[in-house]
Design a protein around this ligand. Sequence first.
Ligand SMILES: NC(=O)c1ccc[n+]([C@@H]2O[C@H](COP(=O)([O-])OP(=O)(O)OC[C@H]3O[C@@H](n4cnc5c(N)ncnc54)[C@H](OP(=O)(O)O)[C@@H]3O)[C@@H](O)[C@H]2O)c1
Length: 293
Amino acid sequence: MKTNNNKVSVIGLGSMGTTLARLLLQKGYEVTVWNRSSGKADDLVKEGAIMAKDITEAIAASPVIVICVYNHQASQSILDSPEVSALLHQKLLVQLSTISPKEAVEAELWASEHGASYINGGIQAAPTQMGQPDTPILISGKEATYRIAEPILKVFGGAISYLGEKIAASPTVDLATLSYIYGASIGFFHGARIIESQGLSVAEYARIIAGISPSFGEFLKHEGNMVHTENYAITESPLRISVAATARLEQTAIEAGINARFPSFAAALFKKADLAGYGDQEVAALIKVLREQ
Ligand SMILES: NC(=O)c1ccc[n+]([C@@H]2O[C@H](COP(=O)([O-])OP(=O)(O)OC[C@H]3O[C@@H](n4cnc5c(N)ncnc54)[C@H](OP(=O)(O)O)[C@@H]3O)[C@@H](O)[C@H]2O)c1
């Protein structure tokens, strides 16, 4: 792979791909861009990007190809043609589209069959949050490949978590963090319904949540370490407190006449943990219920 120049091609100019191309331009890279539909490169060209006339020109232009499109199928529909794949020998493919763990395994294999190195990334930020020292990006793939891609990845975000050579690691952690944020979001919006039912301010509630979120993060870090070490002796929060708290959430929702599905779901899980005898363990023992089918 040629790495002695600063040429990068960016494939996909949606809101994220455009941001990635712009950040590279701002750092002095020679950036060639391509997008399925026309018009999206116009601003970038004014800022110094080179617009490839077709995908083969975009691939041929640089040793490093950053791909950021809708999903794996979109990525393969762009790359998996005889004309394009013939140009991939000795290229470095940096996959920043969100894909699944299985797709990452397939993509790495497909790339190596075409003589390309491959690294997979999960972007954990919105376009306007990119390029900051604390912008989080999950990366997995061969360490030697990661080291070559690292200067470019650092342009996109300073808080890179390199998760090792197992290519499925970054999409797996990406899915796990999505699980966290969707679970928290459903809880947040149910909380907003509680607030509304009492005629209080949802904006004020949201401000309070933002303030306490870092300490919740520290708490979850502690609970995660307890799961990791299989140590459920009470240290911070006995599970029985959560049995009572989620039952109270459910009861309050029923009394207030608001949708009770989320607290009913949470209360049932904690009740099951209590019945299994985990009440006098740390709340992290809930994982033992989730390990059952
Ligand atoms: N935006 C975010 O906040 C964010 C955050 C983290 C990760 N990501 C990930 O970044 C990736 C891109 O997101 P985005 O926000 O840039 O999305 P977007 O604005 O919707 O852009 C989608 C891009 O994919 C292309 N595309 C879609 N289907 C295609 C196909 N069948 N063949 C070829 N190209 C196709 C689109 O081309 P056209 O212009 O021709 O439609 C466009 O370039 C996604 O995987 C997303 O999960 C985004």
